[in-house]
Design a protein around this ligand. Structure first.
Ligand SMILES: Cc1cc2nc3c(=O)[nH]c(=O)nc-3n(C[C@H](O)[C@H](O)[C@H](O)COP(=O)(O)OP(=O)(O)OC[C@H]3O[C@@H](n4cnc5c(N)ncnc54)[C@H](O)[C@@H]3O)c2cc1C
Length: 370
């Protein structure tokens, strides 16, 4: 029997299909297939008022089908999700192409979105003038395979080799071992530390646990304060219309200074259907920028200072951001970006007693999350 793989598999092993549907899931196949929710055929949902409903694009509950992505569990809980799949092969052959010019790199992305030339496409901006695009092709045979689940670090390989081969399994989880590059905060990219930790601990679940523990006890914050620095956590995941991506890169260079940045192209969304709470500009490919770090300031800034500026720039460029990111929108800003009347209608139909809470309150610092 031909093995298959979901059309879009978010890179981190901890991400569930329900979480990727209720949030917004992405991976290097998004330039062909769109975001995770665009690959969902149907799902069963337990609503806030205790009903178990089957949602499809054409069925009675189609409003919930199209309103569920980006609702983060405030309309109901998905219990069973049916996703579309594609035939898989045993290996993925990788080609890493390095660019010294962001313009050249963005032009290559635009060409690939117009006429997909591989099965997978993502990139990393290590610096404004050091970008790598990686194309992945399914293949039945490989002359060798690399292993980035132990001592070797995947993101380093992007600048060290032009070709590589991974088993399809290892390709899908290539970013999990080091949580992209965030494991560096725990010293875990040193060979000795990797050996001591062992393969079973090198994964996003470990880093996530440690990060939560650190933020609960405020260790890094206290340490930085000791040195007169004011840290602000900047965890951002934003989708920018591709024609404006160069402006966003300039902004990152000028105002943010976090590198590396993960780049993941998303195919142009058709005008219909419209995803109520995550409507990207139709007919325009987008580029996802993922960047996760702490900015250290010498001077104290108002809470959310850097995150607020990023939000304003995303809005200026006509983009969107995932709500798992640090969110500092005011309520008015938030609902100017998310269709409030449609959300209210969905709440009235599926969670009339608001047992599951409100999206703004759940996802934003000002609404209560922070
Ligand atoms: C550091 C970091 C990196 C990330 N990188 C990526 C990435 O590379 N690619 C990507 O696609 N995504 C990425 N994400 C985002 C991730 O896809 C979303 O946050 C997603 O919602 C997480 O799914 P989860 O299963 O882990 O859900 P959880 O984190 O457990 O929950 C997230 C939210 O979704 C709700 N939820 C969870 N399951 C369900 C369900 N079955 N039905 C309804 N609501 C539900 C929860 O109530 C909660 O509000 C990243 C997130 C972080 C924090």
């Amino acid at each position: 029997m031909q093995p298959v793989v979901p059309l879009v598999v978010p890179q981190l092993r901890t991400i569930t299909v329900g979480g990727a549907l209720a949030g917004v899931g992405i991976e290097a196949s998004a330039f062909r297939h769109g975001l995770v929710h665009e690959t969902v055929a149907s799902f069963d949902v337990l609503t806030g008022n205790g009903r178990l409903l089957h949602c499809t694009p054409e069925g009675e509950h189609r409003a919930l089908f199209f309103g569920f992505p980006n609702s983060y569990g405030t309309l109901g809980y998905a219990l069973r999700v049916q996703v579309r799949t594609q035939p898989a092969r045993a290996f993925v052959a990788l080609e890493h192409r390095r660019y010294r010019s962001a313009t050249d790199c963005l032009e290559a992305i635009a060409r690939s979105c117009e006429a997909p030339d591989s099965d997978y496409l993502d990139g990393v901006a290590f610096a404004p003038d050091d970008l790598v695009l990686t194309r992945g092709h399914f293949t039945d045979a490989a002359p060798w395979t690399s292993d980035y689940g132990g001592e070797q670090v995947y993101h380093r390989s992007l600048r060290e080799r032009e070709r590589d081969f991974l088993t399809t399994h290892d390709y899908l989880w290539r970013w999990d071992t080091d949580w992209f590059w965030c494991s560096r905060h725990f010293g875990a990219q040193h060979p000795l530390v990797r050996r001591l930790l062992g393969r079973e601990r090198l994964n996003s679940a470990t880093w996530q646990r440690w990060m939560r523990w650190n933020s609960r006890w405020g260790l890094t914050r206290a340490w930085q304060r000791l040195w007169g620095r004011h840290p602000e956590s900047v965890i951002q995941d934003v989708d920018i219309p591709l024609p404006r991506a160069a402006e966003f890169l300039d902004f990152l260079k000028r105002e943010v200074g976090i590198w590396p940045v993960w780049l993941c192209p998303i195919r142009a969304a058709p005008a219909t259907p419209r995803w109520t709470l995550y409507a990207l500009q139709p007919g325009v490919p987008h580029l996802n920028f993922g960047f996760w770090d702490v900015i250290l300031d010498r001077q104290a800034q108002p809470p959310g200072w850097h995150n607020r500026r990023i939000e304003a720039e995303v809005t200026r460029l006509g983009g969107r951001k995932s709500l798992y990111s640090e969110c500092w929108y005011t309520e008015a800003e938030f609902w100017a970006l998310h269709d409030r009347p449609a959300y209210r209608a969905l709440k009235a139909a599926y969670d009339p007693g608001s047992a599951l809470g409100d999206l703004y309150a759940k996802c934003t610092a000002r609404g209560g999350r922070g």
